[in-house]
Design a protein around this ligand. Structure first.
Ligand SMILES: [Zn+2]
Length: 483
């Protein structure tokens, strides 16, 4: 009975492989105790069988998970893996791993049909003399083992030191296996229990593509602090390895603090439940859960990216720092934020313009009232009134405002760029006649005051418009530098 590890015989669905293995095991006459354990999950009491075989895998929601029995090594079992720890206990409950090191062949991977080194399982399992194998983590001796349900693994020889690999729960090992199989189904190479170049990290599953992409798939079932999981993520990232963390806990304190996903069981399928999201114009909305294999294919091929959302979220439970979404959604969000920013900038600029305009008109009125007190200016005003074209301009402005219009006594003030101020009786500036392009730095006043400028000819208007456009550009540059 070749079950779980041999993908060639079991097709591409790891869940089905597990279910079939269990069913076959039961058919083969495994003890009632195991069958009960499979049916009852992690309940401690063993009861007489109530339903005939074959038995389906138990499915349950994260919130409906039964309490973990106290004092067990795998005290917090993932629900979707429920049958397996008992099955393994029946097979010995031995501290195990999926990888071992051979002095000549190098790394052996029990989850690959050829052990990843072109060697058959039968060449290392139950052979005399025993094949020399060592733990990749602690270097202690190991031997090839097979559970009663056909799961191949390596077990530490008696007397092994404390070793992080042997401390991992069976549930953890089995989740690693599912992650590796999903990565392989996506066409990537997946190695289990791979250490980083300087030993500062060890990936549960390291998926690699032909083009050099590397993604660590981490099964995190035990508790871990947000700081620690961030630090571990940073260590892998600094070696150019992307990371995704997987857990099936109902409450995951670090969910979204790093690229991560919550797993739930739906029927036979292990599903990625979130935070996978879609951007819909304003908010990030949660997406329905997708099959684990589909999710892993998505993250490996970058059809799903982990990014920090900038817009508000519509997740019911917790706001996340990092979520998974398609590149198109992140582009749509970026575009929306750009538009918002442009709108805001335009509104700010409009406000600033209005403010400048108000000050400019107030200044002009003050200058005009001040000039009216200076009787020596009368001659200049009378002289200016005789300029060609001015009378027509005054008529136009008078028509526009339905008021009497005169040449302002502030004529000659530099702010008009040699133009003639046209004012009402109260001294309010209404228009400027024939301002001239100048080689001097531009007068902000005429840019700000936002009043009609009237000219004696089209040619003079065009010349001034060019000058004014140049002044606007210079000022925009000045504004950009100073802000
Ligand atoms: Zn070890």
């Amino acid at each position: 009975m070749e079950a779980l590890p041999n993908r060639g015989e079991s097709g591409s669905n790891p869940s089905r492989a597990i279910r079939d293995a269990i069913r076959d095991g039961i058919r083969d006459g495994i003890r009632d105790g195991i069958r009960d354990a499979i049916r009852d999950g992690i309940r401690d009491t063993i009861r007489p069988p109530e339903v005939p075989t074959p038995l389906p895998l138990r499915s349950c929601s994260p919130t409906g998970a039964p309490p973990s029995p106290p004092g067990r090594v795998h005290g917090a079992l993932p629900h979707h893996m429920t049958p397996w720890p008992r099955a393994c206990d029946a097979a010995g409950g031995i501290p195990m791993s999926f990888t071992a090191v051979h002095p000549d062949r190098g790394r052996l991977d029990a989850t690959l049909p050829d052990l990843g080194c072109g060697w058959a399982w039968t060449a290392i399992h139950r052979v005399q003399p025993p094949v020399s194998l060592a733990c990749p983590e602690c270097g202690h001796g190991m031997h090839a083992k097979k559970s009663s349900l056909g799961l191949r693994f390596f077990a530490h020889a008696p007397g092994s030191p404390a070793c992080t690999l042997s401390e991992e729960s069976m549930a953890h090992h089995l989740l690693k296996l599912e992650l590796a199989q999903a990565a392989r189904a996506a066409g990537w190479t997946a190695e289990l229990e791979v250490s980083g170049p300087d030993g500062s990290w060890r990936a549960d599953v390291l998926a690699s593509s032909a083009t050099g992409g590397r993604v660590a798939l981490e099964a995190q079932l035990a508790g871990i602090t947000v700081d620690e999981i961030r630090a571990r993520t940073a260590r892998m990232n600094s070696d150019g390895v992307r990371v995704c963390w997987f857990s099936d806990r109902s409450r995951i304190p670090w969910l979204g603090a790093v690229p991560s996903v919550q797993l739930i069981r739906q029927g036979d399928e292990l599903m990625a439940a979130g935070p996978v999201a879609r951007f819909r114009g304003t908010y990030w909305h949660p997406e329905p859960s997708i099959r684990l294999a589909e999710f892993i294919r998505g993250i490996l091929t970058s059809r799903l990216l982990a990014r920090a959302p900038q817009s508000p979220q519509r997740f019911s439970e917790q706001v996340v720092e990092t979520l998974w979404a398609s590149p198109r959604c992140f582009s749509a969000e970026a575009e929306k934020l750009r538009e918002d920013e442009q709108r805001q900038r335009a509104a700010d600029e409009g406000e600033l313009r209005a403010e400048r305009c108000g000050w400019a008109r107030l200044d002009a009125k003050e200058a005009e009232l001040l000039a009216r007190g200076d009787h020596t200016r009368g001659a200049l005003v009378r002289h200016s009134a005789g300029l060609p074209g001015l009378e027509d301009a005054m008529d136009q402005v008078a028509e526009m405002h339905r008021t009497r219009v005169t040449v302002g006594w502030s004529v000659g003030d530099a702010r008009y760029s040699s133009g003639i101020p046209l004012v009402d009786d109260a001294g309010t500036l209404l228009a400027v006649f024939d301002p001239m392009p100048q080689s001097l730095p531009c007068q902000d006043f005429l840019l700000d005051v936002s009043l009609p400028l009237l000219f004696a000819s089209d040619e003079r208007r065009e010349r001034f418009d060019e000058y004014r456009a140049r002044c606007e550009r210079i000022r925009a540059g000045r504004y950009a530098v100073s802000s």
